[in-house]
Design a protein around this ligand. Sequence first.
Ligand SMILES: [Zn+2]
Length: 104
Amino acid sequence: MTDSLPPQSLKALKDAGVFEIAWPDGQTFRLPFKLVRCECPCASCVDEITGVRVLRAESIPDDIRPVELGYSGNYALKIVWSDSHASGIFTWDRLRRLCELTQK
Ligand SMILES: [Zn+2]
């Protein structure tokens, strides 16, 4: 799982507060907005040297939502959040891993 294909569809369901992501292998997952926001991999959320997450979940509002979705090449999703954070790039690998981690 080092080279995930892009999702077949990716929707932000604002009423449910989740992303619905359908992968090319037919699996569909729902990821809560807040969970994805908390997993932001950018340099202001994760210490670049130690790899330790400096973002605290308590600092993220419960009603966090994406205001804009964009693609970075064909390998990642760029999300502009309602807390105006916009520097996180979520690769398909990362999203897929999150999907699998959160599936019970
Ligand atoms: Zn970030």
